[in-house]
Design a protein around this ligand. Structure first.
Ligand code: PLP
Length: 396
């Protein structure tokens, strides 16, 4: 059962605000549901959507189906490797010389850190640095998974390798690079995994998105299979074929060539992940802000709260009041840099010093605003753990 306001109020009342929390009971529920959704596929953890070492460890220890981490920068991967993690796939290209040299050192020591590549320039850089450092970089090919329809680019703009011919061209160059070894393929179908199709009040848009998703799923699975088969025919010993995200478990798992699916956001399940028709996870993470003034009868103003998420600037990137029920943001002020006025029409009496619980629009970005996550289980705070930020790490 999802706890109510009085539960969190009781648990958190002695703490300093604002604070961020993870409800471990709800996290466990999400973990179980995600494992069930993935069926037999391995799950790689998207660290950008978690940003807390303790939670990464908790997930990896929870079940062996969780295997490896999808990092977001090379310094992060090197830092995690030093902390004892392994099987680290850096999902976005790295080009900084010092960062790549650090990866090379870690790989030489036997760590499995995979760099993302999709351009000849990436390969040239790695070949040159690998030669100097006498190491062989492990790389993963990023296969573009967007779908192009007349006047619609359905997906994101990432890789320039987007079909078999462009893969063949890339591989021809790759074969000349003695210090680069292809060990994986990743294709992230953002238009399926990261795009809600059950948005409130958007009936027509939801129908269009569902139609496009259906079309795209078929097409991208063929593309991925074709490219992976080609790579096997070229005798590449792939450690993994990665695909998907929280929103696409049901479809990515159907692809026989995919060996693992990446999941991050589904664990905390922020607001944007309420908007999918194929699953519903529990609101496991949130933050509490304190009421510090009451400018009029039904308005309670809290300190802090303006933790707006990245991506297209839109109302759905703004954090939302969660508990108590009956809270709404002010249409003009929204969640403010230092203050957030809340319009309240609920039944629970509120006073200065009480808290309002909020949910972030995205998952890991919450952790960039707080040094700690308060871990809550069975009505108690069981631990207070560092976020990446709390450990002094700001990777992006
Ligand atoms: C390369 C890649 N894979 C997978 C994901 C899915 O992550 P999540 O489960 O947090 O949506 C993302 C998210 O942006 C991504 O960039």
């Amino acid at each position: 059962m999802i706890p109510d306001y009085s539960y969190y109020q009781k648990v958190l009342q002695k703490e300093e605000f604002p604070l961020a929390y993870v409800d471990l009971n709800l996290l466990d529920q999400n973990i179980k549901d995600i494992l069930a959704r993935a069926q037999e596929k391995k799950i790689r953890l998207a660290s950008k959507s978690i940003r807390c070492r303790h939670i990464l460890e908790y997930l990896l220890d929870y079940n062996q189906q969780f295997q490896g981490i999808m990092c977001f920068t090379a310094p992060e991967a090197v830092w995690l490797a030093r902390a004892g993690f392994d099987d680290l796939l850096i999902a976005y290209p790295s080009y900084q010389k010092a960062h790549l040299e650090a990866v090379g050192q870690a790989v030489k020591k036997g760590k499995k850190i995979y760099l993302m590549v999709d351009r000849i320039e990436h390969l040239q850089r790695l070949q040159e640095l690998g030669k100097n450092a006498k190491c062989t970089f492990l790389v993963c090919l990023d296969l573009d998974m967007s779908s192009r329809y007349p006047s619609i680019h359905f997906g994101v703009h990432r890789s320039s390798v987007n079909d078999l011919p462009s893969t063949e061209t890339f591989v021809r160059y790759l074969k000349q690079c003695s210090h680069v070894s292809l060990k994986g393929v990743m294709g992230y179908e953002a238009q399926i995994a990261g795009l809600g199709d059950n948005m409130k009040g958007k009936w027509l848009m939801n129908r269009i998105i569902r139609f496009l998703k259906k079309r795209s799923i078929k097409e991208i699975s063929q593309r991925r299979a074709e490219v992976v088969e080609y790579l096997y025919s070229q005798e590449y010993d792939l450690h993994f074929v990665n695909g998907g995200g929280t929103g696409s478990l049901e479809t990515t798992r159907e692809e026989a060539v995919v060996s693992e699916i990446t999941v991050g956001s589904g664990f905390y399940s922020p607001c944007l992940f309420d908007e999918y028709s194929n699953f519903k996870h529990q609101p496991a993470a949130g933050f509490a802000i304190e009421i510090v003034r009451k400018p009029s009868n039904h308005i309670y103003t809290c300190l802090g709260g303006g933790y707006v998420a990245s991506g297209m600037a839109d109302i759905n990137k703004v954090p939302q009041p969660y508990l108590p029920k009956g809270c709404k943001l002010d249409q003009n002020e929204m969640a403010g840099e230092v203050q957030t006025p809340i319009h309240y029409s609920g039944n629970t009496p509120l006073a200065i010093g009480d808290i309002i619980l909020m949910r972030h629009s995205k998952a890991g970005e919450l952790c960039e605003r707080f040094n700690h996550l308060h871990l809550v289980r069975n009505g108690q705070i069981t631990n207070k753990v560092f976020t990446y930020r709390g450990e002094g790490k700001c990777f992006l």
